[in-house]
Every structure is written in structure tokens, then in C-alpha cells.
Design a protein around this ligand. Structure first.
Ligand code: NAD
Ligand code: SER
Length: 314
């Protein structure tokens, strides 16, 4: 059997830094090439500096390492994107086109390009949002993800490129910090709790959003990428769900472990972004096609986060 050689682009980010380690355990340290704009530290395998906007450099890395799978994780997320919309659009779209074109021309076997719950807007159902729903996002990030999903589908249909994608909810993990999204509060809050500091939340206490624990997110990614191609009926991007909660509910969950933890609320521009997204997601297509099932609910995640960040609290 051919040995898979995997390129991860944007490997230094919140998800990439954890996914690279998981891929290395599955495929071997030397077979996973981690790349990012900035130098990557503490690597257990090969790494390179790679700007995903530089198509020539990307093609060189692909050829040099004999790559046959690409995981494209470089992106500007929702909150950072709103600070400079044209810059975010340029990075998100140009990097995707480079990945798709190089994958097509170099005969890459499988490509992973995640999307987001940010594809949904106010017109979408606010609860149990279906797989095939009206997509009118209100952030440049969401617009780039809708366009990106459709381009992935186009490359699959037109060129037969095996591109796979899922719409991650907000990802929460102890291993890495988030990179400028609207769901970042749900990671930050645990860091404040273990330091014994009060937390000021940038969303209102009753703002419900779909979230997923990192352990589940990494497993979902690997499971989707390992699923037989003929089982996949969605080539835009799969809805994916783990849990849904509000800032008040995550606070209560943390207080069950750290009763003195204090949270105040001071909503900023991210409140409007959060209000444009659904509170929960219907992921039945992912469950049906590749047997997706989350393992972590809110309290199980809280115990695991506090254990890893603070060695438990009680
Ligand atoms: P992140 O912001 O933490 O990491 C992105 C990485 O991409 C960073 O290390 C950054 O240096 C790198 N990068 C940026 N521009 C680059 C360029 N031009 N060339 C090379 N690298 C570049 O993001 P993340 O949270 O790890 O997200 C990974 C993917 O998952 C993105 O597509 C994101 O939209 C998607 N996603 C993430 C979440 C989440 O909650 N983290 C939710 C939904 C979707
Ligand atoms: N966590 C991401 C964000 O908030 C969702 O894609 O931008």
C-alpha cells in the first residue's frame, strides 16, 4: 500500500497544532509536514515556513515531500475578518484556490478544507439548522466559507478532486489558544477559571452557540478523511454538532468545579456576529454517512479542560 504523505497548511493554529500530532500518530512523524507563515516550534516531525498565498512555494513543498494529502487550515476567522474584510477575503479565497489548483494539477489524492457554522445567517433556522439551509452569512469570514464550500464542490464535480469538508462549530481545547473568532470566549473562560481570576465575557449571558470539544473535532476530522469516498453524499461541507450552550451555562458548569468563579458580561461587536449564527445544528447527514457521534457534553468537557489546565480544581 502507498505510504500517505500529508501536508498541513496553517499547522500552527488552534486546530492545526493538535491535528498535526494526531496525524503523526496515525501516519508516522516523518510523513506529516507541518507548515505555517511563522516558524513552528517543538515539532516531532518535519516543518517548513509556507505562505499559502504563494502558489509557487506551495507547489515546491508538495513536490519536494511527495505529498498526496493536503489539510488546508490557514484562514482568517470571524472576528479578525470583520476588522479588515478585504484582507480576510483575499487570504481565505486565494489560499483555497492555491490548494485546489495545486491539488488538481499534482494529482493529490485527498484534500481537507474545513468550513464553519459561520456560513449561516439570520435567515437560517436558529435551532437544529439543517444541512441544506439558506446561506446568507453576515461576516466576510462566513461569505468566504460559503464560497469556499461551493468551490470545493465544483472541484469535486468538475475534476473529480476528492475534497472533504465539515462545518466546525466553535472548537474548545486545552492544547492551544483560538485565533480571533467569536467563539473564543469559551476557551478563554477556562484559563481565567484555573488562574482564579474573574472573567469578562464579550457575549451576553444567554447567547447560545454550537461548540465542539477538540478531542471530538480531531476525531471527526480523521473519521471524515478516512471514510470511503462513495459514502460521502455532501461535497460542499457537512454540518457537525457536539454541544450547544450559553455563556451562563458554561459558567455554571465551571462553578460546579470551582464554586467561587465569577463572570461579568460586556458584549462587544462579536455579539452581533454570534446573534447571526444558529444556536444548534442538525448533523444527521454526518451521522448517517460516516457514523459521526460526539463523545463530550458540556460537563464532561469542563472536567477535562480543568483537569488539563489546572489539574482539576477541587
Ligand atoms: P487559527 O487562526 O488558530 O490558525 C490559522 C493558522 O493559519 C495560523 O497559525 C496562521 O498563522 C495560519 N495562516 C494564516 N494565514 C496564512 C497564510 N497566508 N499562509 C499560511 N498560514 C497562514 O485557526 P483555527 O482555529 O486553527 O482554524 C483552522 C480552520 O478551521 C480554519 O479554516 C477555520 O476557519 C476553521 N474553523 C475553526 C473553528 C474554530 O473554532 N477554531 C471553527 C470553525 C471553523
Ligand atoms: N470559531 C469560529 C469563529 O468564531 C467559527 O468558525 O470564527
Amino acid at each position: 500500500m502507498k505510504q500517505d504523505r500529508i501536508l498541513v497548511i496553517g499547522a500552527g493554529g488552534q486546530i492545526g497544532s493538535v491535528l498535526v500530532e494526531a496525524l503523526r500518530s496515525n501516519y508516522g512523524n516523518d510523513n506529516v509536514i507541518a507548515t505555517d507563515l511563522r516558524p513552528l516550534e517543538n515539532q516531532s516531525g518535519p516543518s517548513e515556513i509556507l505562505d499559502a498565498l504563494n502558489a509557487e512555494a506551495m507547489a515546491t513543498v508538495v513536490k519536494k515531500h511527495g505529498i498526496n494529502q493536503i489539510y488546508h487550515l490557514a484562514a482568517i476567522l470571524s472576528a479578525n475578518g470583520e476588522k479588515n474584510p478585504l484582507w480576510a477575503w483575499d487570504i481565505n479565497m486565494r489560499s483555497l484556490f492555491n490548494v485546489l489548483e495545486i491539488s488538481r494539477s499534482e494529482g493529490i489524492d485527498k484534500v481537507y478544507c474545513p468550513s464553519s457554522i459561520a456560513v449561516f445567517g439570520q435567515e437560517a433556522a436558529a435551532r437544529d439548522t439543517p444541512q441544506y439551509e439558506v446561506l446568507i452569512p453576515e461576516t466576510v469570514y462566513g461569505i468566504s466559507k460559503v464560497a469556499g464550500e461551493n468551490w470545493c464542490n465544483y472541484y469535486f464535480k468538475r475534476y473529480g478532486l476528492d475534497v472533504r469538508s465539515m462545518r466546525y462549530p466553535g472548537i474548545i481545547g486545552y492544547q492551544s489558544m483560538p485565533g480571533g473568532g467569536t467563539t473564543d470566549y469559551a476557551v478563554d473562560i477556562y484559563h481565567y477559571a484555573v488562574r482564579g481570576e474573574a472573567f469578562e465575557c464579550f457575549l451576553k449571558e444567554d447567547t447560545m452557540l454550537p461548540m465542539l470539544y477538540m478531542t471530538d473535532a480531531i476525531r471527526a476530522t480523521l473519521e471524515l478523511m478516512e471514510a470511503p469516498a462513495d459514502k460521502l453524499t455532501v461535497r460542499t461541507s457537512y454540518n457537525l454538532a457536539g454541544m450547544s450552550f450559553t455563556p451562563a451555562e458554561i459558567t455554571e458548569s465551571i462553578r460546579r468545579e470551582a464554586p467561587d468563579f465569577k463572570v461579568t458580561y460586556k458584549p462587544d461587536f462579536r455579539q452581533a456576529i454570534a446573534e447571526s449564527w444558529p444556536g444548534s445544528i442538525d448533523d444527521s447527514a454526518a451521522r448517517r454517512d460516516w457514523n459521526w457521534k460526539p463523545e463530550f457534553d458540556l460537563d464532561k468537557m469542563t472536567r477535562d479542560m480543568l483537569f488539563h489546565l489546572g489539574n482539576g480544581l477541587k
